[in-house]
Structures are given as C-alpha cells and as structure tokens.
Design a protein around this ligand. Structure first.
Ligand code: PLP
Length: 411
C-alpha cells in the first residue's frame, strides 16, 4: 500500500491567501457595489516590454521553419542568454562569471525551492522572519524543518527576526547553521542590506562552513548605488554563496517564466567521507535530470531585455512601479502611519496602527477603505503587527487607495 511522504503533512495549510480570498469574497457579497483595490498580491500588471514581445514573435517564426526549428535546448539554458546575463547584470559590477556558472530556469520560485535538495537532510536551516514562504515550505517537504509549534515556528528551523527594533536587519545566528536564506531587497519588508552587513554574512559563512542562498529577485529596484545588487560584489562570496535572480518582477515575466541561478564553481560542501564536493556540477546534474530547459521562445524574449530598447522599456516599467511605491509610502506616512520599505523595493511594509494585529488591520483596511493588503503574520511570526502592500498595481489604484485610506480609515 502506498504511504504518504509524511513531511507533506507537516506543511502549514496555505491558509494566508485562502483566508484573504475568503474575507474579500465575504466583503464583496455584503457590499456588491464596493470597488475593492487589491494591493496584496505580488503579481505584476504592466505588459511585457515591446522589445521582448517582438523577439518572441521572431522566435516563434523560427520555430515554424525547418531550417531554424529547435527541439530540446540545453537544460542549463542557451549560451546566448547566459552571455547577456554575465555581460549586463554582473560585469558592470565587477563580478566575473563563466558561462557554466549560470543556470537558466523557469523561475526563482522553482530554484529557491529546489536548491535545498543538494544538502544533507539533517542540515540546519536559518531564515529571516518574516520570509518568502517558499524557503520554509520546501525545507518542510524535505523533512528538514521539524515540527510546527503553537507559535507558528518549526522546531528545527533557525528564525532570524527582522523587526523595526533591529531595523529589519537580522542578527547572525546564535547557534550553528548550515544553510542561510537571505533575500535582498526583501520580500515582504522591502528592506535592503548594506555592503558591510553582507560582508559580515559572507565572513560568517567562511568561518562556519555555511552556504548562503541569496535571493536577489528584486535587485533591479535598488536605487542607491551604494547598495549591492549581487552578493558576489562582496569579496569571498564566490566560495560560499549561490544567487537567485528572476525576470518576473523586472520585465513582467511572472506568466512567461524565466529566471536564473548563479552557482560559482568554488562553492563546496562536505561529503560523508569528509571530502569536499562542488555544488556547481551537482546542480547541473540535478537540473539535467529533472528539468528540460526553458522554452527557446521565452529565452529569446529574455535576451531582448538586454537590448538597448529592452533595457529602456524594462527600466520604464520598474520606474512606474517605484512611483506607485512612492505614492503609497508617502501617502500613508502623511496620514500618520508608520511605513517601511518601498524605496529600493516594490513592497511597502506598514505597521498596524495602535495595537492592531495584522489581521485586524487587514479587516479595517478592507471594510473601511476597501483596500486589500497581505497580513504580515502570514510571512512568519515576526510579521505580526504589519501588513504588506505591493506597488505592482495600476497608478490610479495606488492613488485611489491612498486617498481612501486618508478619508475613510479611522486610525
Ligand atoms: N523570490 C522572491 C523573494 C519572490 O518574492 C518571488 C515572487 O514573488 C520569487 C522568488 C519568485 O520568482 P519567479 O516568478 O521567478 O518564480
């Protein structure tokens, strides 16, 4: 008789978005004429840049011609895209990468979820709290997280609280850990990390033998030239860090699917016999076994992001969202709310007024202003007392949401 992988039974229900949906549906049923503005989800609204769609059209035509048709591509992605990634995303920041260190994939979600497969099941995992839930759940599925306690924490995970009290900068773990997930600019808090702070993490990893899994899905939103875009801008990171990037939030690829992961050849972990094993060939092996590559048409579209037109158009989209972020951030601040993030990130992390919990604030926002956010508690215990708004909506919705909060919310 088949038995279940019991680790799956340890997953918290996907309560957050189901519960948000339930409350919004109940509200709409009770108030059918109310127009609800959704600033909760992390999906984008601007269409693909014209340079991208033009390249994809050309690629589709190539696929329809015998002379230019392509079947299975390289599992790790086409060199034409990896070359552009290295040349535009890393070389200008003084980071040298070789083609075999770039792994193109169908998403940073996929890669951040799957990369843990390369590590021993008993590895101790540290993650920031609040956190992008995929890091937690993928380790729960792998049996690495232990049991869920009443406070919403898994017994074997090491939580690194990020709150206003520590300026959303996690302290180094107070006990030995093997894997460290860092995400900057951060989802959900919108916090960034300084070069000095990142250096401390890299040094810590060198001292302890830990590996840093660095999620830079939002690096394109950084405005301050002093803030690092890549962990490899820090000396020594090539030996201890893997980095995840995505075209989703930069070029509107959430539905088109393209991302990439950098696995430097130097990153090594320990084998049972004490020898050192490089992660790069292991990830290559894993990807070529379980993944058959991103469609050619999609990679051709992603490569067009790096053309002159593509870069300008992509930047215009990012600027559009960041203007939304400014409108929301400054608007809420002017009403007297305490707001974090939204300067180098498309996320605005709002402190619940008074002693309201995340869900109480969510309800007030929905019922009084007809605006939907995401309760911070859904991203981890330290997210309690906060609410996340995103800048990925339409301009008029950002403006209208602020106006409604100003005129209708009784804070
Ligand atoms: N990493 C973080 C921190 C995210 O917030 C998201 C998406 O919301 C992803 C990764 C997923 O990106 P992708 O669309 O490339 O799977």
């Amino acid at each position: 008789m088949a038995s279940v992988n019991a680790n799956y039974l340890k997953l918290k229900g996907s309560y957050l978005f189901i519960e948000i949906g339930r409350r919004v549906a109940a509200f709409q049923e009770a108030h059918p004429d109310a127009s609800v503005i959704r600033l909760g989800i992390g999906d984008v609204t601007r269409p693909l840049p014209p340079a991208v769609t033009a390249a994809m059209h050309r690629a589709v035509d190539e696929m329809g011609e015998e002379a230019t048709f392509r079947g299975y591509g390289p599992e790790r992605g086409y060199a034409f895209l990896a070359e552009k990634i290295i040349q535009h995303d890393f070389a200008p920041r003084g980071v040298t990468l070789s083609l075999d260190e770039v792994f193109i994939s169908d998403g940073a979600k996929t890669d951040t979820a799957n990369f843990q497969e390369l590590f021993a099941p008993e590895s101790i995992v540290a993650l920031t709290d609040p956190v992008y839930p995929v890091y937690v759940d993928s380790n729960v599925m792998a049996g690495r997280a232990g049991d869920l306690d009443a406070s919403g924490r898994y017994s074997r995970l090491v939580y690194l609280p990020c709150t206003a009290e520590n300026n959303f900068r996690p302290a180094l773990p107070d006990r030995p850990v093997d894997l460290i997930y860092l995400c900057y600019p951060n989802n959900p808090t919108g916090a960034t990390i300084t070069r000095e702070a990142l250096k401390e993490w890299v040094e810590y990893a060198h001292q302890t033998g830990a590996v840093i899994l660095y999620d830079a899905a939002y690096e394109a939103y950084i405005r301050d030239p002093e803030i690092p875009h890549s962990i490899y801008e820090v000396e020594g990171a090539r030996e201890v860090a893997v980095e995840f990037r995505s075209f989703s939030k930069t070029a509107g690829f959430t539905g088109t699917r393209c991302a990439y992961t950098i696995v430097p050849r130097e990153v090594q972990v320990t084998a049972p016999d004490g020898s050192r094993v490089a992660l790069n060939p292991l990830w290559d092996r894993r990807q070529s076994t379980k993944f058959n590559g991103v469609p050619y048409v999609v990679q051709a579209g992603a490569a067009a992001v790096y053309t002159e037109d593509g870069r300008q158009q992509t930047q215009a989209v990012i600027d559009y969202y960041m203007e939304n972020a400014r409108i929301i951030r400054e608007g809420l601040q002017s009403i007297g709310l305490t707001v974090y993030g939204g300067v180098h990130a498309p996320y605005i992390w709002v402190k619940s007024p008074g002693a309201l919990t995340s869900w109480e604030f969510f309800d007030r926002l929905l019922n009084e202003a007809h605006v939907v956010g995401t309760p911070g508690a859904g991203f981890g215990p330290s997210g309690e007392g906060y609410l996340r708004l995103t800048a990925f909506g339409k301009r008029e919705d950002a403006e209208e949401a602020v106006e409604r909060v100003r005129t209708r919310l009784s804070v």
